[in-house]
Each structure stands twice: as structure tokens, then as C-alpha cells.
Ligand binder design. Sequence first.
Ligand code: NAD
Ligand code: RBV
Length: 492
Amino acid sequence: MGISNAEASAQSLEYQISDISLAEAGRHQITLAQNEMPGLMAIREEFVASQPLAGARISVSLSITVQTAVLVETLVSLGAKVRLSSCNIFSSQDEAAAALVVGNGTVKSPAGIEVFGWKGETTQEFWDCLDKTLDWSSHNNGQTLGPTSILDDGGDVIYLVHQGKEFETTGNLLQEESWDQNEFDVVRNLLERSKSKDAYRFKSLVENLIGASEETTTGIQRLIQLQRNQQLLFPVINVNDAVTKSKFDNKYGIRHSLIDGLNRATDVLIGGKVAFVAGYGDVGKGCAEAMAGQGARVIVSEIDPICALQAVMDGYQVAALESVVEQVDFFITTTGNKDIFRPQHFVRMKHQAILANVGHFDNEIDMVGLAAIAGIKAIEIKPLVHEWVLPSGRSLIVLSEGRVMNLGNATGHPSFVMSASFTNQALAQIDLAQNGQKMSKEVHLISKENDEKVARLHLTALGVELTTLSKDQARYIGVPIEGPYKANHYRY
Ligand code: NAD
Ligand code: RBV
């Protein structure tokens, strides 16, 4: 069947994945997911004839999931070439990676995607894979060649480019708070190797790069800091803050995948227990609702008085961790901040309390501090589920080693909600290809027109009947009949 032919086509590609024999299993899942991703499939239909991404070389770093597979195959069917790596060491689905490499040569699942990533990478392997996504020299007879655009989740690839150019220019690296010393050493070694091969690689990469699109809150926060310091080297489209991304993926996506991760990892009953959710932003709201939906009593912590007031109005207790730590069964971090659960909290936690982070980076739970408690030992219960036994005899269950557990212990958000996020990504990449050269080196929002378009593309599948404005009504509230319907300051 198709696989053996396709395996032949995979041989001319560069790739590094766990197991290519998983391709058929991955392809079945991708085919099912296409039906659940109406936005992306509509974009394929709308643009397949005009090929707006013809000539584009897109370096993509996302969790290598079935949903990501449908996105990158969409980019390819619009004319792009793609190299893909994972934005997180534990978040890949190896069958999705295999299916992408193999492809089957049709518009719906084109062959030719070069993938570098697998579930369970080391830090060194992670950065090597990101570096490979940026290195298109195999498409240029071995001569230096970079991407025309980047599609990033968390900002690591964008940061690697900035660090690379800085290192080639000054021999130093930029400040980067989310990296520990090991990460700095790995990146410095990588850049030293790169510089000794080609001292101008990142400079020429930046000159030929049109721009990037960024998927998540933490990535946007990092890029805004670069912009504030006037260090941002190219335009970036902010996909996260499209309403159809952050108010859907971050909230309704996690409402599904948090529970999925907790159940696959532990299968501990949630009803009747106490869940502590740190942060009541978009992700925190989805987590609190998910836990309450299972019958948990939810306590929220916040630093922002507006979000704290929202949480209490939604019916949750709002308290500082220190006041309630002994009562909690499930500890969940959603802040995008660091050092939320620390050693002084660990020693006060209940026996077999479960610790789960869904923020982008692994510094919300202080894992270094946990490991440094004198006499503590970790037992692997199963992959990505560890029991940490404290000297007191009490133990804590930590999921995905403190990394994003809805992707580590489960398979991330489901297809339908990722369709909205990734339709924004596809539109952002088309925008970069068509208008990127004219964009300023800043972080740009998705237009309201495109945001509403993404929502529209997901209505039919859910049987939604939208009301149409009459001419008179449209004039009365001062909006065009066909939208956009809201001013930019509207907060949904
Ligand atoms: P957000 O800014 O809307 O929410 C974060 C909230 O945490 C804010 O309200 C902030 O005030 C609060 N906060 C910050 N420091 C705090 C502290 N010390 N204690 C208590 N609250 C604190 O961001 P978001 O969109 O909800 O994203 C949160 C994180 O989740 C980011 O890292 C983002 O990249 C990530 N994310 C993960 C997934 C996933 O699938 N796991 C999905 C979307 C976003
Ligand atoms: N996320 N991707 C998936 N199934 O591919 N699930 C979640 C998936 C993304 C989500 O958009 C979030 O902003 C990001 O992961 C955090 O890294």
C-alpha cells in the first residue's frame, strides 16, 4: 500500500525522528483530524490555486502533533517548503512526525516535509533540532541558506536567530531569563560550531528573512521585551492575541487537555478534591472551569486585581498559596511566570498531591529546588510521571518533569480548537509572504477581518446559525454589514 511508495520518496529528505514505521498510524489520525479542522481545510481550498506560499521556505517549531501535521501540510499545499522541529522536548507525537516525513504525495497529504524531533529529547538534541530547522543548506548545494520565514511557539527559534547574530557580531549572547546555565552552554556551543563553519551565517539569515509568526503568550512576552529594547530584528505576527486564538485555544483547549493529561497520567478522582490554579488569565480560566466541571473545589491565586476579581465573581475562592497549601490535592500552574511552587511549599504539601504545569516553560514549578531538598528521591511510576519521596515519608506526584503536561502526558489540545489557532497561523504566513517586506520590525496583531474570518470558518461545522444585520441596523450601530463588528479596544 501507499506507505512503501511513500517511504521511497522520504529517502530524499533530511529528517531525524523516532520511528518511521509509525507513519501509517499517524496518517490515519491526520486524516481524521482534517475533518475536525475546517478552518485549515477551507484555507487549502481557497488558496490552493493561487499558491501564495510558492517559493517560501518556512522553519516551523511547534509541538509535533497530529494538529501541527494538518497545519504544515496546509502550508505545503499552498506552495511552501517546510522544515519542522518540536518546541518542547516532551510534546511530540512520534506517529505524526513519521506520517509527515512519509506523506503520500497528494494535495491533502503532500510528501516532502523534513522533520527533526521526537518525544523525549535532551536539551542538546532539542537545540540541535531547532538549528537543523533553520539550516536550509541541503536545498542549496551545501551553501548557507536560511528560511524566508519562521513559525514559532515560545520564541526559541526566533531567539536562536537573535542570539546567533549577536554572537557573530560581539561574541556574546543576549540576556535570556528563561534559560538556565545548561541551556546557555548548549546554545553557546552550538553557535561556536556554527560560527567556525560560517562566520556570517546568522547575519545573512537575518538579511534574507521576511519575518515570523508566534503562537503562544510566553513567546509574545519575550518578543515584546526584545522590541522594547529595540533588539527585534524582523517583523513578527502575534497569532496568540488573535481573539480566535487566545480566547479559544488557551481557554477551551486547556479545559479539555488538562483533564486528559491528569487522567492519562494518574487516573485519580478529581471530584470532591481541592484544586489550586495559579494564574487566572486565559489558560487559568480554562483550567479552573475544567476542574470545577469535574466537581473539584477550586482555589485560584492571582497577582492582578482584575483577574482576581474575575475569579471570585466566577465563584472561586481566591487565596495566596501560603494560606491554603496544606489543603490542596491538585496544584496547577498557568502563569507563564517562574518560581510559583517552591521548596518552602513542597514540604507543606499533602501526601501524594499532584503537581501539574501547563505554562510554556518548566520554571513555574521549581524542579531544581525540589531535587535539592536533602534526602529527597524520585521514583518513575511510568514515563513522565514521577513520585518524589520527601524525607518525611510524604510524597508528591510530578507530571512531565514540570514541563507542559497537557502535551507531555496527553496529546495537547484537540483538533477543532487548534484549527482556529492554526488557521490564524496559515493566514499570518500568507500575510508575511505577501506584505512582510513592508512591515516594521515590531510585533503585529492579526487584523480584525482575519480574526472574524477564522471564527466564521468554524461555525458551519458546529451548526451555528449567524444572524445577519439589516442595512438599517448596521447603520444604526455604525458597522459594515459584513464586519468587522467590534472596535479594537473591545475585549470579548
Ligand atoms: P495570561 O497572561 O492570560 O495569564 C497568566 C496569568 O498569570 C495572568 O493573569 C497573570 O496576572 C498571572 N500571574 C503571573 N504571575 C503570577 C503569580 N506569581 N501568581 C499568580 N498568578 C500570576 O497568559 P495565558 O494565555 O493564560 O498563558 C499562560 C501560560 O500558558 C503561558 O506560558 C502560555 O504560553 C501557556 N499556554 C499553554 C498552553 C498549553 O497548551 N499548555 C496553551 C496556551 C498557552
Ligand atoms: N498547543 N498545541 C497543541 N495539539 O498541537 N496543543 C496546544 C497541539 C499549543 C497552544 O497553541 C499553546 O499556545 C502552545 O501549545 C504552548 O506551547
